[in-house]
Design a binder for this molecule. Sequence first.
Ligand code: GAR
Length: 200
Amino acid sequence: MKKLVVMISGNGSNLQAIIDAIAEGYLKAEIVLVVSNRKEAYGLVRAEKAGIPTLYFPLKPYKDAGKDRHAYDTDLAEKIAPYNPDLIVLAGWMHIFSPAFLDHFPRKVINLHPALPNFFIGTNAIQRAYEAYRQGLIDETGCMVHYVIPEVDRGEVIGTVVVPMYPEDRLEDVEERMHDAEHKLLVMCIINTLYGRENH
Ligand code: GAR
């Protein structure tokens, strides 16, 4: 069975999509660990309900001790390594990883981003796309899954899907449409990454 580690910082609706796809039998994999950098992340509750081991691993104690991100990334990689993941899925994980983490898992870390490649890098991507649409700067937005490299929201693209916007949309409408698209795209990209022809 292929092993997944899923990393979250918030609601975890994308984690839930993975849990459901496994339960429904069309994603043949097992989530061996869910990691959160935020204690109050609802995704931790979702993981516990599904009987998945969790790890809460905050950055703050490192900052308070005057340690740098390199130390945090190294220790986190060492905590995850014994689980031997085939894939590490960043599903709303709001930290940027340095090579201190990524070098432990070459070509095994993928990220979901709520914008099309090279658009709205970083946080609040959906809101920024919505505002750009209202200003007539773009016609549509989308989401992507990509391999993670040290530059934020960059790296080889695995899959994308376009998310349309309409004149009557409120921000919440676009957010809901985005999340529906993400849930499908993420599961599809995990299947392709784990089982796709180019990986055999
Ligand atoms: C998702 O929209 C994901 O694309 C975004 O965080 C949200 C997490 O939602 N990630 C980023 O913005 C990364 N740059 P969830 O906690 O409900 O899965």
